[in-house]
Every structure is written in C-alpha cells, then in structure tokens.
Design a protein around this ligand. Structure first.
Ligand SMILES: Cc1cc2nc3c(=O)[nH]c(=O)nc-3n(C[C@H](O)[C@H](O)[C@H](O)COP(=O)(O)OP(=O)(O)OC[C@H]3O[C@@H](n4cnc5c(N)ncnc54)[C@H](O)[C@@H]3O)c2cc1C
Length: 423
C-alpha cells in the first residue's frame, strides 16, 4: 500500500464518502475543495431523498419532444434554455439515444441495484457513527393526478418489484390514510404509490459529519483550493495544478460533480455529463400544525415536499441552462405554488418570504448511470455523474470505487457504472 495520499477533488457527497471509504481500506487521503467549506454546491440543499424507488433516468421515452416543448416556458418542470443548446449537442444526442424503452428499462434496473446497495450502507454508517442528519425512515409517497401517469408509474414499480423493491399501490382513500394531511386535496388525486424502504435526510448535515470523521481519521480536507487542471505524463497522472504551483500526485479521484468535465478535459478525457439545474425552498416549519410526516412526490409537478426535522423542503424541477446558478424567481414561485397545491393550510401559515431559496447543478450523465472507477489514464479515477440520485447512490458508489482502487472484490457487479465506458 502506498503512503502518498490519494488526492480527491471535490468535497461534496461523492468526494467525502469516497475519502471515508478509502480510509476504511487503509488509505491516506487529501480532499481538495474549491469552496470555502464542504458540501456547499449541489450536495447543499437537495431534496434530501434516498429513493431507490425513483431511479428511472430522466431520459424516458418521449423526452426529446417534451424538452423541445419546454423552451421558453418557465412553468415547465423540465426546461431547456436556448442558450444552453450548443453545450448540449453531443451529450444531448447520446441522452436521446438512451431514451429507447429497452435502454431506459435496463438503466433503471442497473440504477436500482446501486441505489439499494447504497441506502443499506447509508443506514449502516448512520448507526455506526450515530449521525444525526434529520433522517426519516417513513418512506416516500408518490401521488398522482392523472390515471395515465399513475398506470405508467405502477408499471415501473412492478418492474422494480421483480428486482426486490417493495411498494404499495393506494387509491385516493389509501393515500389519505397514509398521509392524513393530504385530505384537503383528496378530490384532485387519483391514487398513490408508497415506497416504505425509502428514506430522507439532510445531505449537507450528513456530509459535514462524514467530513469530521475523515479528519478524525487523519485525512486532510483543504477548502478554498481550486484545482486548475491535471498533469499527466506517459499515460499516467502525475500531479495537480493549483494556483501557482504543481503538486505531485500519483493517484487522483475526480469527484467534482458537474465540474468534473472541465478537470477531465485537462487530461484529454471527455466525460458525458452536463449540469441540470434544480431548485429548493426550505422553510422553518416550527409551530405550524399538521406538517407532512412523509416525503411526498407530486408526479404531475415533478417536485417533492420533504420533512427535515423542524424544516420543510420543497425541491425539484430540472433546467438545462449551462452553469448558470442564478436563483430565478419564477422557478421558486413554482415551488411555493406546489406547496399551495399539495398542502394549502401549511402554505397559508408558512413564512415563505423568509424561506431559503437555493439552486444547484445536478451532474447528469447521458446514459442515466454514474461514472465510477479507473480511466484509461493510469492513477486517474472518477466518481461523478449521479444526476438526480447523488445522495441516494453516494455510499454505494464510494464503496465500489474504493474496492476497485484497492483491488478488492466489489459488493455488487460494477460493470454497468464503470467510467471506462466513456473514458
Ligand atoms: C434541486 C435538487 C434536488 C436533488 N434531490 C436529490 C434527492 O432527493 N436525492 C438524491 O439522491 N439526489 C438529489 N439531488 C442530486 C444530488 O444532490 C447530486 O447528485 C449530488 O449532490 C452530487 O454530488 P457530487 O459530490 O457529485 O457534486 P457536488 O456536491 O457538486 O460536489 C462537487 C464539489 O467539487 C468542487 N469542485 C468543483 N470543481 C473543483 C475544482 N476545480 N477544484 C476543487 N474543487 C472543485 C465543488 O466546489 C463541489 O463542492 C438533487 C439535486 C438538486 C439540484
């Protein structure tokens, strides 16, 4: 075993869990993070859901038409901004190529295997370290306003049921029995699906605790350090370009979310990942009676309302807008409108004006699966491209990558997620 630290670029969900997984296998790690703290980018205020039940990639059959229709429509749950089109060309074609029914089903099954492994490891580390991240283990309730959408989701659930996912189909009365607070909107609902094994919790709190554990184990986490590029010689990675200096490194993990693309480009590699912007609105729910007890996904509005301790988070929507992280008022309005449509009396009592509005960039792969493992450049590894499932898949992805790096057998078959399919 080498004693030179493994350099990990990025201190989000993937970078931090990778650091811990490598330490657990006896490696020494150094995490380099551009921001002033850990998990301040996409892992900061995501929806917080650990959902093996929602693993179907977003390029479902028909997605192309859907995206074209969304151009210029701020109300669309999935929105394509014209300005982002040039940066999406090659990636977009691959995204569409993977949206055939067969490919989509195959990616869904593969994503489920990783998500299920990951959620088990998340529960184990929560117990082992006694991490409090406002976790809830009540599952997810997905509600439907149209028979067609309900039937399509039942078909997906039945498909994943054959892979071991547990779910329960509910009529409108069953939905209200599960979440009585939805009684106000019962007339609009045609039914729901309950996924009892899903969990939720605050990913940022989780990351902070994992970062503390990495440091307690002797790992170094350097924030405020911008990695400008990778140095490679003779088919191997040899170092990192920081501001004004070149630092030697013979093993590097790129776990820089959407920004992994530019780092890998500096080594001549093209990672098919593009940012898909999403929004969240987090409000203080202390003192509001009858707040939701279970994470609720509204299928029509493609958005989730998630209880996080004393807070409530409304999150969702996808916008292809390049690296523009501006929080746009109409998109945030969509989230508060959703709260109004699902929990009118909570919305009436909530102080939405002081709620925390946030936007983050999901690193979306074009084939719906993350990129994990070695690249064709010796010593250079990747853990990125988890899209809407980066929290759900974090612990499992880190586990796979760490085993691949130290040459141990992996807990599940890594082949569908291997980075070498693109790099
Ligand atoms: C609105 C929204 C809701 C979501 N909801 C869920 C959900 O409910 N469940 C779920 O599973 N997933 C969800 N996700 C997705 C999930 O949040 C992401 O997949 C995950 O956070 C990605 O983690 P990451 O570590 O790959 O990237 P990031 O968290 O973005 O971390 C990458 C880090 O790398 C750093 N970095 C980048 N470039 C450099 C550089 N050159 N030098 C040094 N550091 C660098 C960045 O500063 C950043 O801290 C959601 C995302 C959004 C936007």
């Amino acid at each position: 075993m080498s004693t030179q630290p493994i350099a990990i670029i990025g201190a989000g969900l993937q970078g931090l869990t990778t650091a811990l997984a490598l330490q657990q296998r006896g490696e020494v790690v150094r995490v380099l993070e551009r921001a002033e703290g850990t998990a301040l980018e996409t892992s900061y205020a995501n929806a917080g859901m650990l959902t093996p039940s929602q693993v179907d990639p977003w390029n479902s059959p028909g997605v192309g038409r859907h995206l074209l229709q969304s151009i210029g429509r701020d109300q669309s749950a999935m929105l394509l901004r014209l300005g982002a089109l040039p940066s999406l060309m090659g990636w977009g074609l691959s995204f569409l190529r993977h949206s055939t029914p067969n490919r989509h089903r195959q990616a869904t099954r593969r994503a489920f295997a990783l998500a299920r492994h990951s959620i088990e490891l998340t529960a184990q580390i929560r117990e082992k370290l006694g991490i409090d991240y406002d976790a809830s283990t009540h599952g997810t309730l997905k509600v439907f306003r149209s028979d067609r959408a309900f039937a399509a989701s039942i078909a997906t659930a039945e498909f994943l049921g054959r892979e071991g996912m547990i779910f329960e189909a509910l009529d409108a009365d069953g939905v209200i029995d599960t979440e009585p607070q939805l009684a106000e909107v019962a007339r609009e609902l045609v039914g729901g699906l309950r996924f009892p094994d899903d969990e939720c919790g605050d990913a940022h709190l989780f990351c902070r605790r994992i970062a503390a554990e990495v440091e307690e184990r002797g790992g170094r986490i350097d924030c405020g350090v911008d990695v400008r590029g990778l140095e490679c010689r003779g088919g191997r990675v040899t170092g990192l370009h920081l501001e004004g200096e070149l630092v030697d490194a013979s093993r590097i993990v790129v776990a820089a979310g959407s920004w992994s693309v530019e780092l890998l480009r500096s080594a001549g590699l093209r990672l098919p990942v593009r940012p898909a912007k999403g929004y969240s609105l987090t409000l203080d729910a202390k003192g509001i009676p009858n707040t939701p007890r279970i994470a609720v996904v509204d299928d029509t509005l493609h958005t989730a309302i998630v209880p996080l301790g004393d807070r409530l988070r409304i999150a969702g929507t996808a916008e292809f807008a390049g690296f523009d992280k501006r929080v746009r008022a109409p998109r945030i309005r969509n989230l508060s409108d959703l709260l109004q449509r699902v929990y009118p009396s909570v919305a009436a009592r909530a102080d939405l004006g002081s709620a925390n509005a946030w936007a983050g960039l999901r690193p979306m792969s074009s084939d719906g699966l993350p990129f994990i493992g070695p690249t064709r450049i010796g010593g250079l590894f990747v853990n990125s491209g988890h899209g809407h499932l980066g929290w759900t898949m974090a612990m499992g992805s880190a586990d796979l990558l760490a085993d691949l790096m130290v040459g141990k057998p992996t807990a599940i078959d890594p082949s569908p997620y291997l980075a070498q399919r693109a790099l």
